[in-house]
Design a binder for this molecule. Structure first.
Ligand SMILES: CC(C)(COP(=O)(O)OP(=O)(O)OC[C@H]1O[C@@H](n2cnc3c(N)ncnc32)[C@H](O)[C@@H]1OP(=O)(O)O)[C@@H](O)C(=O)NCCC(=O)NCCS
Length: 189
């Protein structure tokens, strides 16, 4: 499938990955603060493999995690996008929205702005019926992004992430959802 090459918001370009994004992205994925709610920071090799998987997802499904570039400086600042849930989730099959930004670009509304753009793509362009998002219980900054883009918590949907071992402190996850009609309502509000 041909990847959706680019999306645009007021301050950001959501684009395909360039080979030279690796250095910045590897630094971001090696930052223990950025990776605080993940099992561990990532090595450069692991980050390179992740970019490979992201490109593969775009080639297979047309959508994926876009690289984010600031229009004002041209800086690469992280990623936001849509991906198929790839584990046996009680709410699956589903398309997830996710984000990861470099620390110096937090607190500026970039994650929410990119996420709004991806939701528009999901519902207006890809004609999806629903998008989900999930994160470990303690990741409140991520849950704030979910709330900011109109997602609602499915309290009954909280789950233990099967990729983490039983008893791991990050294992309990919260689930948020938004469907097309709710997204349309948020546009009218
Ligand atoms: C989750 C993450 C992307 C959130 O980033 P963020 O910058 O806090 O999120 P937003 O883009 O929504 O920005 C919101 C903040 O910007 C502020 N802001 C400033 N200018 C703004 C603007 N023009 N528009 C909106 N918000 C703005 C808001 O007040 C808010 O600040 P607050 O959190 O102090 O209330 C970031 O913490 C991150 O990358 N974490 C590590 C990776 C991660 O955990 N990913 C999720 C895994 S499930």
């Amino acid at each position: 499938m041909t990847p959706i090459p680019v999306l645009e918001s007021a301050r950001l370009v959501l684009r395909q990955w360039h080979d030279d994004d690796l250095t910045e992205f590897a630094a971001l994925c090696a930052d223990p603060q950025v990776m605080r709610y993940f099992p561990a920071p990532m090595t450069r090799l692991e980050t390179a493999a992740l970019i490979g998987r992201i490109r593969g997802h775009f080639n297979e499904f047309g959508y994926g995690l876009w690289a984010l570039e600031r229009k004002d400086t041209g800086a690469f600042i992280g990623m936001t996008g849509l991906l198929n849930v790839d584990f046996d989730a009680p709410f699956g099959p589903a398309v997830e929205i996710g984000w990861r930004l470099a620390r110096r670009h937090w607190g500026l509304g970039f994650a929410s702005e990119a996420a709004w753009t991806c939701l528009r793509c999901a519902f207006a362009q890809l004609q999806l019926e629903e998008v989900v998002s999930f994160t470990t219980e303690g990741n409140l900054p991520s849950q704030k992004v979910m709330q900011a883009i109109g997602m609602q918590q499915d309290v009954e949907g909280s789950f233990e992430h099967p990729r983490l071992p039983a008893g791991h402190p990050l294992r309990p996850h919260v689930l948020y959802r938004i469907d097309r009609s709710h997204w349309q309502q948020t546009l009218r509000a």
